[in-house]
Each structure stands twice: as C-alpha cells, then as structure tokens.
Write a protein that binds this ligand. Structure first.
Ligand SMILES: *Cc1c(COP(=O)(O)O)cnc(C)c1O
Length: 394
C-alpha cells in the first residue's frame, strides 16, 4: 500500500454524494497518444502529473499513461513522486520539478526519483549526496530562459562552467526550461525564450533538451526538442486557446438536485439576497458549492445543463454557498425535476475551459481546486471500471 491522495479523500459512494465527478481514462489515453503522435518518434512525450494529476487522481491516471506508453513523469513535490513510484516500472523516470528541499536529497534518491536542479544550491546539495554515496546521481538541469521562476541564470552558468568539473557526480538526463507565454503563439517572449534556451543549453554539457509543455508543443517542431512535457492537454484543457480544442474532454462534473420550489416575483434567493426573481420562477437547490471547489464567483454567471435538454441553459442564480447553489430551472417547463437528478456543471455543453473563463480563471485552477466530496468515477470507453477496483484497494 502506497500513500496517495486518495487515502485522505472521503470519496463517498455515488448514492451518497451531492456531486459526481466522472473522469474518462480512455480520453486521457487518447489525448496522450494524440500528443505522442503529433511530436513524432524523435521526441519523447512525457507527462506532467503534479498536483495529483491536476486533481484527477494520480493513482488512476499514471497507470493509464504508462499503459499508453509514457515512461517519463513530472511531479512538483517529493511526496507526489513517492506516491506514484510504486505504480511504475524501473524503466520509468520521475522528475521532481521543485527539486529537493534541503535535507531531503537522500530521501528523494532513495525513493528512485530524479530532481530537477534549479539553482546552484540544489546542484551543490545533489553533488554532496553523490560524493557521500560515491556514485553519480541522475538529475535534470533547469535553465531560466526568461520566466524568472526556476533555473540557472546566465551568471549561474558562468560560475558553474568556470569550475574544473562542473557536473561532477551528476548524470544529466535533461536540460530543460519552461515557456511563460506559449498559449499565445504571437507573443514575442516565445522566440526570446527559445533563443535564450539554445544559448544556455549550448554552454552546458550535452544532454537531451526539453522546453515545451502542452501549448508549447503546438507552437511547432522547433519547440519540441528531445522531450515535451504536457500536462493540461492530457486532461482535456485546450492547449490552443482561441482555436478549437484538439483534445478529448476528460472531466464531467454533475451536481444533484436536493429540492425545488416555486417562488413569486420579488422573492430573494440565497445569501445577501443577491438575486430577486422578476417572474414566477422554479428554483432548484443543487448539492455542490464553493466548498467543493466550484468557484463562488460563478454565482450569477455559471450555467447548469439537464442531460438530454442541452438547449436550455439553466442559470446559476444568487450567491453560491459552501455546500449548495441555486439554479433557475423555470425554462425547463413545468415537468418535475426529481430530487437526486444530476445536472451538468461541467460537461459536453458547458466545457471546462468555458466554465473556467466565466469564473475568470483557467481550467488548470478549476481542475486542481475540485474538492474531496465528489463521488469520483473513473470510466473507460463508457464502462465504469472504478468502484470495484477502488473497493479492493481500500
Ligand atoms: C506544469 C508544468 C508542465 C506542464 O504544463 P501544462 O501547461 O499543464 O502542459 C511542464 N513543465 C513544467 C516545468 C511545469 O511546471
């Protein structure tokens, strides 16, 4: 048994849950293959599975990616790497993007993880461990090509390469950097970062190179180098904003009706009386709120969809509460909306990126913020494969 995020998730049975989160593992695999095929055989397609695979459950996503052929994984934290290491074979590499916090180098190495070395300090501490163990240790080297977040600056590279044996004790598996503006192909920072990356890379010992994540790999072949590191696109987020999404949607979020009521004109709904009905209205209270990571800012802006009635956009009215939200279902007609009915908050007719944009954020934040109270069903090719396996691994 390995520690995983799942163990501290309540993740109730479907019948108990107010919200249902359906994660299409078949779509994740198809998205991986699409990206893999797009970059072609000369470029390794890795996968970013940090933050519990963008909130979708690394314990379920990682084996699917491995089965699809992925052998290189990126997490942010040591603990995330430790959680997925037992899911992967010895032929897989797990890079820890943040590197090792001081004093955790031996743990990181002992767990079979490779740090991304972002600073002179991280390099020194990794070399120190290699000296102690008397063996060279694998790592990626990050250079700062213009994002000013992680990686060696030009000055750092000067200092490093002035040494007699700059990378003594290090097996450099990768030289990498990260693009700040890849979702905007016209942004001049892209070319500037590529130029800086080429310059810095040329000054370091030869190693495979990686610059692009999801959006970067869609900038074209010049951006792909030896390895690409998509995350978001695997999970259905559009890597080409402003253009049709080439990826398959992965996530469906549904909220259950708790009760419905008819209210007259002038009647208020929710905290702050922020919504006042201007007509006789049929209002449904759904069992998902901001405590489930559904953004409070979507009060008055979000929509719900009744499956089978996609032409009727049901507006989220009033303020979103911690545990519930209200939807105006009047336009569905007088038909009953039974308690327990599941309405889509993210689905085929209200896609993730659109919902995120309405909330003033991005799909990344919405996904990673999804809460612990949903019933999570991992499906593949529309067959629910999940509950049985979940039961046996509990
Ligand atoms: C998160 C991250 C990725 C993946 O980015 P996406 O935009 O989700 O594809 C790749 N590389 C680094 C360094 C990252 O931090």
């Amino acid at each position: 048994m390995h520690p995983s995020a799942r163990q501290y998730r309540p993740d109730p049975p479907a019948a108990w849950a107010g919200g249902l989160l359906t994660i299409d593992l078949g779509a994740v695999a198809a998205n991986y293959r699409l990206l893999h095929d797009r970059v072609g055989p000369g470029t390794t397609c890795a996968a970013a599975v940090k933050a519990d695979a963008y909130g979708l459950g690394a314990d379920r996503i990682v084996p699917v990616l491995a089965a699809a052929g992925c052998r290189v994984f990126f997490v942010a934290h040591l603990a995330e790497g430790a959680a997925i290491r037992p899911l992967l074979g010895a032929d897989s590499t797990i890079f820890v993007l943040n590197g090792a916090m001081p004093g955790t180098e031996a743990d990181l190495h002992g767990l079979g993880l490779a740090p991304v070395l972002n600073s002179m300090d991280q390099i020194a501490r990794w070399q120190e461990l290699a000296r102690r163990l008397d063996t060279p240790l694998p790592a990626a080297l990050q250079v700062d090509s213009g994002m000013s977040r992680f990686g060696l600056s030009d000055g750092d590279v000067d200092m490093l390469m002035a040494r007699a044996a700059p990378l003594a004790g290090i097996v450099p598996l990768l030289v990498m950097s990260h693009l700040a503006c890849a979702d905007d192909p016209a942004h001049p920072a892209n070319l500037a970062q590529r130029t800086a990356f080429l310059r810095l890379r040329a000054r370091l010992p030869r190693a495979p190179a990686s610059l692009a994540a999801s959006s970067g790999l869609f900038l074209g072949p010049d951006w792909r180098f030896d390895m690409v590191r998509p995350g978001a696109a695997l999970y259905g987020i559009n890597p080409t904003p402003g253009h049709p999404n080439p990826m398959r949607p992965v996530v469906r979020l549904q909220a259950r009706v708790v009760q419905t009521r008819w209210i007259g004109p002038g009647t208020a709904v929710g905290y702050g009386a922020a919504f006042i009905a201007d007509r006789p209205s049929h209002v449904a209270t759904l069992a998902v709120g901001y405590g489930d990571g559904f953004p409070r800012v979507l009060g008055g802006r979000g929509i719900a969809i009744l499956p089978g009635r996609p032409e009727v956009k049901l507006p989220v009215i009033g303020r979103i509460s911690m545990d519930c939200l209200a939807v105006d279902v009047t336009d569905l007609g007088d038909g009953p909306l039974d308690a327990g009915t599941a309405l889509d908050l993210i689905g085929p007719h209200n896609p993730l990126d659109t919902v995120a944009a309405a909330a003033g954020t991005i799909g990344y934040e919405l996904l990673t913020g999804l809460g612990a109270r949903y019933h999570r069903a991992h499906v593949t090719d529309d067959a629910v494969i999940d509950d049985m396996q979940k039961g046996s691994s509990a």
